[in-house]
Write a protein that binds this ligand. Structure first.
Ligand SMILES: NC(=O)C1=CN([C@@H]2O[C@H](COP(=O)(O)OP(=O)(O)OC[C@H]3O[C@@H](n4cnc5c(N)ncnc54)[C@H](O)[C@@H]3O)[C@@H](O)[C@H]2O)[C@@H](O)CC1
Ligand SMILES: [K+]
Length: 510
C-alpha cells in the first residue's frame, strides 16, 4: 500500500522533516532533483536534448537540480525560466546559483528551437503549490509543452503535470500532459484519481529521504493506493488438507424473469472467485436458466411471484441458514416491499452481506436498513446508485468521490465500493483505498454482477473487511486488464471478466 498525501500534508511533512528529523528542505530538493534527472536521463537516447522548464517555486528548484545532474552526466541541456524573479523561493535561488559555474544560460521560450522526437522536456513549472489556473507566461509555457509532446518529445513532470490540482485531481486550463510523473516522497491524490491520473502518464514515486515519521497520522483521513503485492498477499495459498467447506458457501439472491443472466454472472464471479459452494436464490421460473450457465451452482427457488417482498422473508431466512455470505441485488425484481424485506432480512442475519444493483436502490429509500443490519455490509454502487444513496447529483459526486465515499461509509458503518475509473473502497473507519486496475473495456453490462460475486467469494473464504473488498476489486480489474489483451476493449464482456480471474489466480499462484 502506498500512502497518498494532500498538498498541505506534504508541506507539513517537509516542515517536520526539517525541524524534528534533521532532514533539511534543501537536501529533500537535492534528492528530488537527482531522482528527476535519473528518470529523464533514462528516457533520452544518446542524442537527446533536455529542455528543463522551471517555474519560480520549489518545483522549479527541483528542475534546476535536475538540470545540474543532467549536465554532470554530459547531457545537452536547455534551461527555460518562467515567471517573475521576485517570486523565486530560496531553494530556487540557491540552485540557480549552483548552476552558475556550468555557464548554462537560460533561454527565452519564444526563441527556443522546438524539441524534436526523442528529446526530453522536464516540466518543473508548478507542483503542489498550484492553487489557481495558470495564466500569462505560465499558460503560454504549458501550451508549448503540450505542443512539443504532440510533436513527439517526451515530457517528464516534476511531482505533478503543471496545471493539475494536487488534491482534487482536476486539471486547470491549460494543463501539461506527461509521459512520466516523478512523484516526490509520497503519492498525491491528483496522481491516483481521475482525471488527473490520465494526465500523469506513468507515475514513479521516488524516495527523497522524507522520513515516514515526519508525516502526521490522520485517523480516518488516510488515502491508500493498492498495489498488486497487497492484493496477492491478502489471499493465502491453499493448504492441501482442506475441502469445499473451508472456502465457504455463498448465497446469491439475484435474478428475475428477463434478468437471470445477472444472477448467473454474480454466481460465476463467486465460483471463479474461489467460493467452495454457491447457491442462487431466485424466482422459481428462472432457476433452471441460471443453472444452465453453470452446473456448479445450486438453485433455491423462491415460489412467490412478482417483486421481492415480505412473502420472501421466511424462504430467504431458510436459504441463508448455514451460508457464510449473502450477495443480494443483481437483477432482483424490486417493488414496494423490497426495502422492508431487505431491512428484515439483514437485521436477522449475522453473515456479511454484499449489496448491489437494485438492492442498493431499495436501500436508498430507507438508509436506516444499514445501521440495523446485524452483520457487516459491503455496498457496491456505480455512480448512479451512489448518487441516489448519498442524495447528491452525479456531477457533484464525481468532483468529490473520496469525500462522498468516506462520509457515507462512516455515517452508515459500512464498507463502500464506489465503482468507476479508479474504484474507491471506503471503510467504515474512514480509510479510503484507491484501486488502480481495470479499463474502459469493462464498461459493459454484467461486470458489476461479477464483482459482487467475487467480493462474496473472498468474504466466504475468510478474508476480513476491508481487505476482502479491495482485494476483490483489484483482482476483478486485473482480470479485465489481462482479458483486454485478448478480446480488445470493444470485445470484452462480463463472462470474460469472470473467466479472466483464472489468469489472475495463476499469475498469483493461488
Ligand atoms: N513538500 C516536500 O517535501 C518537498 C517539495 N518539493 C517541491 O516543492 C514543490 C512545491 O513547491 P512550492 O510550494 O514552492 O510551490 P510550486 O513550486 O508548486 O508553485 C510555486 C508558487 O506558485 C504560486 N502559484 C500557484 N498557482 C499559481 C498560478 N496559477 N500562477 C502563478 N503562480 C501560482 C504559489 O504561490 C506557489 O507557491 C513540490 O511540488 C515539489 O516539487 C521538493 O523540493 C522536495 C520536498
Ligand atoms: K511540474
Amino acid at each position: 500500500m502506498r500512502r497518498v498525501l494532500t498538498a498541505d500534508r506534504m508541506r507539513a511533512a517537509e516542515r517536520s522533516a526539517e525541524s524534528h528529523h534533521g532532514m533539511p528542505s534543501s537536501l529533500l530538493m537535492e534528492n528530488a532533483g537527482r531522482e528527476l534527472a535519473e528518470v529523464a536521463h533514462a528516457l533520452g537516447g544518446p542524442e537527446a536534448r533536455f529542455v528543463v522548464v522551471c517555474g519560480p517555486g520549489n518545483n522549479g528548484g527541483d528542475g534546476l537540480v535536475a538540470a545540474r545532474f543532467l549536465l554532470a552526466r554530459g547531457r545537452r541541456v536547455t534551461l527555460v525560466l518562467v515567471g517573475p524573479s521576485e517570486k523565486r523561493t530560496s531553494g530556487f535561488q540557491r540552485n540557480l546559483l549552483a548552476l552558475g559555474p556550468s555557464g548554462l544560460e537560460p533561454q527565452a521560450l519564444g526563441a527556443l528551437e522546438a524539441p524534436r522526437p526523442g528529446d526530453v522536456v522536464v516540466d518543473a513549472l508548478f507542483g503542489t503549490g498550484l492553487t489557481r489556473a495558470p495564466t500569462g507566461e505560465f499558460a503560454e509555457a504549458i501550451q508549448h509543452l503540450r505542443r512539443w509532446r504532440e510533436a513527439g518529445a517526451k515530457v517528464v513532470a516534476a511531482d505533478l503535470p503543471s496545471g493539475l490540482h494536487t488534491d482534487s485531481a482536476e486539471p486547470f486550463e491549460p494543463c501539461v500532459e506527461a509521459d512520466i510523473t516523478v512523484s516526490f516522497g509520497f503519492l498525491k491524490p491528483g496522481q491516483v484519481l481521475e482525471p488527473g491520473a490520465s494526465l500523469c502518464g506513468d507515475v514513479r514515486c521516488v524516495d527523497i529521504g522524507l522520513p515516514a515519521q515526519a508525516v502526521e497520522e490522520r485517523e480516518g483521513q488516510e488515502l491508500l493506493f493498492v498495489e498488486e503485492a497487497d492484493a496477492r498477499g491478502a489471499i493465502a495459498p491453499r493448504r492441501s488438507d482442506t475441502h469445499k467447506g473451508t472456502y465457504g458457501h455463498v448465497l446469491v439472491v439475484a435474478g428475475s424473469p428477463g434478468k437471470s443472466g445477472a444472477a448467473a454472472l454474480s454466481a460465476l464471479g463467486a465460483l471463479r472467485g474461489g467460493a467452495g459452494l454457491v447457491t442462487v436464490a431466485t424466482r422459481a421460473a428462472v432457476v433452471e436458466s441460471v443453472l444452465g450457465h453453470a452446473p456448479e451452482v445450486m438453485g433455491w427457488p423462491l415460489e412467490s411471484p412478482g417483486p421481492l417482498g415480505l412473502a420472501d422473508l421466511e424462504p430467504l431466512l431458510a436459504a441463508a441458514e448455514g451460508k457464510d455470505v449473502l450477495v443480494v441485488g443483481p437483477g432482483i425484481p424490486r417493488g414496494e416491499e423490497t426495502a422492508t424485506l431487505l431491512g428484515e432480512l439483514l437485521s436477522r442475519i449475522e453473515a456479511p452481506a454484499v449489496l448491489d444493483a437494485d438492492a442498493l436502490n431499495a436501500v436508498s429509500t430507507d438508509l436506516s436498513i444499514l445501521r440495523r443490519a446485524k452483520g457487516p455490509l459491503v455496498l457496491t454502487p456505480h455512480p448512479g446508485e451512489m448518487s441516489r444513496l448519498a442524495g447528491v447529483s452525479t456531477k457533484a459526486l464525481q468532483k468529490e468521490r473520496v469525500k462522498v465515499a468516506r462520509d457515507f461509509a462512516r455515517t452508515h458503518g459500512v464498507t463502500l465500493v464506489l465503482k468507476g475509473a479508479r474504484t474507491l473502497i471506503a471503510h467504515a473507519e474512514g480509510t479510503v483505498y484507491v484501486n488502480p486496475t481495470g479499463n474502459p473495456g469493462m464498461s459493459t453490462g454484467g461486470t458489476g454482477d461479477v464483482l459482487s460475486g467475487v467480493v462474496g467469494a473472498l468474504l466466504a473464504q475468510g478474508l476480513k473487511l476491508p481487505e476482502a473488498a479491495w482485494t476483490a476489486v483489484f483482482a476483478h480489474g486485473l482480470s479485465g486488464d489481462l482479458m483486454v489483451a485478448r478480446r480488445g476493449m470493444m470485445g470484452l464482456i462480463a463472462t470474460d471478466v469472470a473467466k479472466g480471474l483464472c489468469q489472475v489466480w495463476t499469475r498469483w499462484d493461488r
